[in-house]
Design a protein around this ligand. Structure first.
Ligand SMILES: Nc1ncnc2c1ncn2[C@@H]1O[C@H](COP(=O)(O)OP(=O)(O)OP(=O)(O)O)[C@@H](O)[C@H]1O
Ligand SMILES: [Mg+2]
Length: 338
């Protein structure tokens, strides 16, 4: 049995969790700073890192307390401490890495640095149905839109990525254009419920190309021009049409990737995997689909502890505490190397 404390601080969520055997979440706490950053229309890095510093110790104590532990008994019971190494905001990453490394030093336990996107992917392993390798992963978040082939634990082959904006970023930018609050994804999904997805025609980028790459900046610009030329269009109609186009583009590329790789299993992960239309639509792709539970789609500590379980099994702990935070850490290179 392994009990791992996972710490996520790459952006504006402080997430701490205790996960047993990479499957069962024993305790977790999450503090989102979204209300603090909303007035700025996006995350302010300096504010984010300061807030992580303020709360990380107490959240860790609260998480341990949920499991009936304190710092002293945690030292006995917990096998390893993991933290997000990158990508993300440098200041925020440093808070989580520094805190986690201090704990592992004091507890004399292994430290496991984890790639943030690897964490998102392993969120699909929390729960009853665990995906078997190989599988295809569609990673859709605020900073990433990628199709990745995963032949075995901790090995990643990039099949396609965005050439410009990430899909979550596109949701956030379009929400701004529509005057909807940050973060844009949930706001757009909410107003789109009453809108007509056929009201506006938006282009599906690179439809006839045989690349597995994505492009979302054209869609954002198309919404901008639509609003400029038709200012009276109801916001729910524009939101619903945009959401349909954004999801269609993901589905088309994923369908192509399934055909090319012959993969029979698909993992969908990252913040945009919380989108109800996407969750429903991927079920029609004719493969076994694995989606993280809604609460583990966005940044959280459980996904980091889960990924760390597989890293530990592969012998990828940082015993010398020499791994440094890396704001642009690459998933493919991070693989087995840690
Ligand atoms: N229901 C939803 N529909 C569409 N998008 C959503 C939904 N919920 C959240 N999102 C989007 O998910 C993104 C946040 O996801 P996540 O927290 O994984 O991103 P991040 O951590 O900032 O970036 P990354 O994981 O790439 O480093 C935001 O862009 C947000 O708008
Ligand atoms: Mg994320």
């Amino acid at each position: 049995m392994s009990l791992i404390l996972g710490i996520e601080t790459s952006c504006d969520e402080t997430g701490i969790a205790l996960v047993e055997d990479g499957r069962r979440v024993i305790a977790e706490t999450l503090l989102s700073q979204v209300d603090i950053h909303r007035v700025f229309g996006g995350v302010v890095p300096e504010i984010a890192s300061r807030k992580h510093i303020e709360v990380i110790y107490q959240l860790t104590r609260d998480t341990l307390a949920q499991a009936g532990l304190d710092m002293a008994s945690g030292r006995q019971q917990i096998d390893a401490v993991a933290a997000t190494r990158g990508p993300g905001l440098m200041g925020s990453l440093l808070v989580g890495m520094g805190f986690a490394r201090s704990l592992t030093w004091a507890w004399r336990k292994p430290f496991v640095p984890v790639h943030h996107i690897e964490g998102h992917l392993y969120a699909a392993f929390l729960g009853e149905r665990v995906p078997q390798f190989p599988f295809l992963a569609l990673i859709v978040s605020g900073g990433h839109t990628q199709l990745v082939y995963c032949p075995e634990p901790l090995r990643y082959e990039l099949l396609g990525t965005t050439r410009d904006d990430a899909v979550g970023e596109c949701f956030d930018k379009v929400a701004r254009l529509l005057g909807l609050p940050y973060p844009g994804g949930p706001s757009i999904q909410k107003v789109a419920q009453t809108g007509n997805p056929d009201a506006c025609h938006f282009p599906r980028a690179m439809r006839d190309s045989d690349t597995l790459d994505f492009s979302y900046s054209g869609l954002k610009t198309a919404v901008l021009y639509m609003l400029r030329d038709h200012p009276d269009l109801p916001v729910p109609d524009v939101a619903a049409s945009f959401q349909r186009a954004a999801v269609d583009m993901l589905l088309e590329r994923t369908e192509q990737a399934i055909a090319r790789t012959g993969c029979e299993r698909l993992v969908v992960a990252g913040g945009v995997a919380a989108n109800a239309l996407l969750r429903e639509s991927v079920q029609q792709l004719g493969v076994e689909v694995y989606l993280p539970a809604f609460r583990w789609c966005l940044d959280n500590g459980a996904m980091i502890a889960c990924a760390a379980h597989y890293r530990l099994q592969a012998g990828c702990a940082d015993h010398t505490l020499s791994a440094s935070a890396d704001p642009s850490l690459d998933l493919i290179c991070s693989g087995q190397a840690g």
